[in-house]
Design a protein around this ligand. Structure first.
Ligand code: ADP
Length: 455
């Protein structure tokens, strides 16, 4: 494949073709990055911080442009896309504070002075999925650059446009040539080369558990570091003592945001049996009320799925005889439209309960008591996020502590803030992104002992 053909998911028109990198071009990019990294790491911390702030300013000036690109390339509703572009600016701004705060430690030892340094790893590969192209990219490149690394970003085949624009903005903001490069192309060509090339010393990957597993296995051959953000099948647990109206009104947004193409989607709603019927009565109008339509419309809450191929996969989970409780709406005509869909499977091992569907499909299951809710929530190979709805704060804390997931919220569905760590348990991943420690994941800790001679 020499080029990528990009399709607008809302109307199926071709919006652009983008040249795809091949393996030799990837190698050349790695060589340029290696060069650029050396001078970047030699800059003073204040100068690196200033460069990142200029990059944040450039993104700030391009928020609307980036948002419009994401609307056309990924079908995200414009309101979400604007938030995403603003988030990239904020992530850059936040990590612009890091170069001057990469503190080592002074450790008391006999006979001298012992200090630790957080040295850059070198060249880092960031491989991103198509669901949140620019935000997820920034979670990798911003802290990695802040820690003194060069970054090669491999965007997903279907959604490279915002990443390509971000690379241009970095250059316009004065980041050195070669330091932050975007390499559009196929995963098995460009992505694979990044994993395989000895000069790329770390891979930060976000995507499917299957691909993440393959990357980890391959990286093992060189003892290459990996951070993996993979799939999820998160639980939204609704206790009888919760604000049931609020829990029902917000549940659709906890799973159907970005048309369910979100690794944090609360795609299993677990409801205490005594309020199950009432909850379903409240959920139905909430699902019907999700505004699905033209992503360019500021009032739209949910757009189409990203591609025909992905639509077919999601649709395979809702055959004609599926246990559909109720569905929301979706436009007719061209575009990969799939209505919000609520399923009530009777078998807790049904594939709709077990698999990450990554579309606007949610299953609702009853539970008996707190222990049963925890058991059901943890009955998954994934462990990324989850929500707990209860008015009993002690229970909220107990259940959050008991769930094997990296990101829990009590009486809300929030999970991603750039100031707090994000990542998964079990097959949802390894390592954490965001939060104050993210730059450390892009460093090697070096310990230096300096002998102090006796007088
Ligand atoms: P999806 O999210 O569509 O299931 P993946 O997890 O395979 O897909 O894709 C996430 C990212 O990983 C994309 O940028 C894709 O190109 C890339 N990728 C796919 N296969 C490989 C591979 N073998 N090595 C490295 N990167 C890959």
């Amino acid at each position: 494949m020499t080029e990528l053909t990009l399709i607008n998911p809302a109307d199926e028109t071709v919006i652009a073709t983008v040249p795809a990198f091949d393996a030799p071009q990837t190698d050349a990019a790695i060589a340029r990055a290696k060069q650029a990294q050396r001078s970047w790491a030699r800059l003073s911390p204040a100068d690196r911080a200033a460069a990142l702030r200029r990059f944040a300013d450039a993104v700030d000036g391009a928020v609307e442009e980036l948002a419009q690109l994401e609307v056309r390339n990924s079908g995200h509703p414009i309101a979400s896309a604007r938030w995403e572009a603003g988030h990239v600016r904020d992530v850059l701004e936040y990590y612009a504070g890091a170069p001057e705060r990469l503190f080592g430690r002074q450790i008391p030892v006999a006979g001298g002075l012992d200090v630790t340094f957080h040295e850059p790893i070198g060249v880092v590969g960031v491989i991103t999925p198509w669901n949140f192209p620019m935000t997820i990219a920034s979670w990798g490149f911003a802290p990695a650059l802040a820690a003194g690394n060069a970054v090669l970003l491999k965007p997903a085949e279907w959604t490279p446009l915002t990443s390509l624009r971000l690379a241009e903005l970095a250059l316009e903001a004065g980041l050195p040539e070669g330091l932050f490069q975007v390499l559009p192309g196929e995963g098995r060509v460009v992505g694979d080369r990044l994993v395989e090339h000895p000069d790329v010393r770390k891979i930060a990957f976000t995507g499917s558990t299957a691909t993440g597993t393959a990357i980890m296995a391959k990286a093992a051959a060189q003892v290459k570091q990996v951070t993996l953000e993979l799939g999820g099948k998160s639980a939204n647990i609704v206790f009888a003592d919760s604000d049931l109206e609020k829990a029902a009104a917000t549940a659709p947004y906890g799973v159907f945001d970005n048309a369910g193409q979100d690794c944090c989607a609360r795609s299993r709603i677990l409801v205490e049996r005594s309020v199950y019927e009432r909850f379903m009565e409240l959920l139905e109008p909430a699902v019907a009320g999700v505004r699905v339509g033209d992503p360019a419309d500021a009032g739209t809450e949910m757009g189409p799925l990203v591609s025909r191929q992905h639509f077919e996969k999601v649709a395979s989970y809702v055959p004609d005889d599926a246990p559909v409780a109720f569905r929301g709406t979706a436009p007719d005509g061209p575009g990969f439209w799939f209505p919000p869909t609520v399923l009530t499977p009777s078998d807790p091992n049904d594939r709709t309960v077990v698999d990450e569907i990554f579309g606007p499909v949610v299953v609702v299951l009853p539970f008996d008591d707190e222990a049963d809710a925890i058991r059901l929530a943890n009955a998954s190979r994934y462990g990324l996020s989850g929500s707990v709805w209860t008015r009993d704060l002690a229970r909220g804390i107990r259940v959050s502590r008991a769930i094997e997931s990296g990101n829990l919220s009590v009486n809300s569905h929030s999970s991603v803030r750039y100031t707090t760590p994000f990542g998964g348990y079990k097959q949802s991943g390894i390592g954490r992104e965001l939060g104050p420690d993210a730059p450390l994941a892009f460093t090697e800790t070096k310990n230096v002992f300096i002998a102090v001679e006796e007088n």
